[in-house]
Design a protein. Sequence first.
Length: 147
Amino acid sequence: MTAEHGVPARISIVTLGVTDLARSAEFYAALGWQRSAASSPEIVWFRTADSALGLFPVDELAADAGIPPSGEPAFRGVTLAINLESPEAVDAALAVAVEAGASVVKPPAATDWGGYSGYFEDPDGHLWELAHNPFFPFTERGQLDLP
């Protein structure tokens, strides 16, 4: 799809503004995520199933976007989610995240929509949801196969 027909429906990169690049890089590596060789002293990249996660100093990220740094709001209005194959996989992933230094925001529990979900925050307060949604299967490549 070209820009003249709309914006492609894909997310290529998510970049998180962080206060301590080394600490955040260690956190995501401790989750078991693969750091990319494209990383540099200025930005750290991690590969994900179908996109990339970038870690960049928060003040520099704001400057790059042409906006003033806003401080650390209690809730940024954004969550990132990792869907997993079962409730047990959610619990296991949360245990790894806590061991890596995450704080549990909401312990995993059955949801009113028929799934299982909980939240943690990374060292900079970015919220991650770990969820099992029995209505969203995975492809062979580990991507969501939304109807």
